[in-house]
Design a binder for this molecule. Structure first.
Ligand code: PEP
Length: 230
């Protein structure tokens, strides 16, 4: 199989022990895919620059610095050896009320700092059931047209699949990815939502899918390593 991306999103989970587990478990292993690990920002320092995987942030602010208590900027992530940043995750759109316009501004800040944004988007269950997935995605994608496409990834994450244990049919995943490629040609598109050891291989085998974004299943280093090695 062609080498694809596996992105581990710890969300607000983990601790120094999980950092250590990752460093030990993924040391000197040759994975068949390229791994990007996105821990909470306070743990980025513990990873330094010599890992067997790439590092990503889980979010960044749209400004590089300033009086924005509690936020993290793209240049800060870059300084801590990140090369990627997740943006517009459904949990941020929902709990932090992030709009697509704000996600676009954050993506601009990320690209200016030399990070590749991985922009998440997906439809809710009602829209999925009513066949509106492409319509919903078209609106998200429209807002990203002026970003630098040579430095951009999309993660298709149906809201109803994130953390639910359910995924769309494989043919649907492939077709949605194909659709995203027609709107934004030339970029890598990942699938996210309840990826686990039982479905990762069949999802990564889909021709229009360039990788997966994993939440819950990445929180145990050994089982995640096994999953990445399949
Ligand atoms: C995610 O957080 O982006 C995600 C896909 O979570 P999970 O794998 O737990 O569904």
């Amino acid at each position: 199989m062609q080498k694809k991306w596996i992105v581990a999103n710890w969300k607000m989970n983990g601790n120094l022990k999980l950092v250590q587990d990752y460093l030990e478990t993924f040391k000197d292993t040759q994975l068949p895919h390229q791994l990007i690990v996105c821990p909470p920002s306070p743990y980025l320092c513990s990873f330094k620059n010599q890992n067997d995987f790439l590092l990503g942030g889980q979010d960044c602010h749209e400004y590089n610095s300033g009086a924005f208590t509690g936020n993290v900027s793209a240049p800060m992530l870059k300084e801590l050896h990140c090369t990627y940043v997740l943006l517009g995750h459904s949990e941020r759109r929902m709990y932090e009320k992030e709009s697509s316009e704000l996600v676009y501004q954050k993506a601009q800040a990320a690209q200016s700092a030399g990070l590749t944004p991985i922009i998440c988007m997906g439809e809710n269950e009602h829209d999925y059931a009513h066949g509106k997935t492409e319509e919903i995605l078209a609106k998200f994608l429209e807002t990203l047209q002026s970003l630098d496409r040579s430095n951009l990834m999309i993660a298709y994450e149906p809201l109803w699949a994130v953390g639910s244990g359910r995924i769309p049919d494989l043919e649907v995943i492939n077709a949605v990815h194909q659709y995203i490629h027609t709107i934004l040609p030339g970029i890598d598109v990942l699938y996210g939502g309840s990826v686990n050891k039982d479905n990762i291989q069949s999802i990564l085998n889909l021709p229009y899918v360039q990788g997966v974004l994993v939440g819950g299943a990445c929180l145990d280093a050994i089982s995640f390593h096994n999953m990445c090695s399949l």
